[in-house]
Design a protein around this ligand. Structure first.
Ligand SMILES: [Zn+2]
Ligand SMILES: [Zn+2]
Length: 154
């Protein structure tokens, strides 16, 4: 199809005004969980989460107003690498590292099963309003690759 006929939907400020990463639209519950009362009026719905771990902007809105990760009411993964990857069940990077060290997938498997269960509340509790499964899998694969690398050098 001719590109000219494919119209992008009209959307404002989908990209982080600080680093240019594509934002992830977040729910009102997420904003309530992560923004202290005093900052809640600083961004308006629909707000986006900036997914870049290096960028200090956590949320931004269509008017390019921002809230910094340092000002959130709780640490947010991946802005803070020590924050729980899964905000609902509290799985951290250390848990995943331990799985990889032990050569098992016990913790990773358990969290993925839980994240897909009805009690998962990722959509409101994760800083980006998304299921944590993608982050968990990504970090697990990273650790596995690092371990295989180390072994290859021996
Ligand atoms: Zn950013
Ligand atoms: Zn979760």
């Amino acid at each position: 199809m001719n590109k000219a006929f494919v119209r992008e939907p009209e959307r404002l400020a989908d990209y982080c005004p600080r680093c240019g990463s594509q934002g992830q639209p977040v729910s009102t519950e997420t904003l309530q969980a992560y923004l202290p009362d005093a900052l809640r009026k600083n961004v308006s719905d629909p707000a986006n989460f900036c997914p870049s771990p290096k960028c200090e902007v956590a949320y931004f809105d269509a008017f390019e107003r921002i809230v910094l990760a340092a000002d959130l009411s709780q640490p947010a993964y991946p802005k803070d690498p020590d924050a729980p990857i899964c905000a609902c069940f509290g799985l951290t990077r250390q848990d995943i590292e331990q799985d990889v060290r032990e050569g098992v997938v016990t913790r990773v498997k358990a969290i993925i099963a839980k994240a897909n269960s009805p009690e998962a509340r990722c959509a409101s509790m994760a800083a980006n309003s998304c299921s944590c499964v993608a982050y968990v899998q990504k970090y697990y694969m990273q650790c596995r690759a690092a371990k295989d690398d180390a072994r290859g050098r021996d």
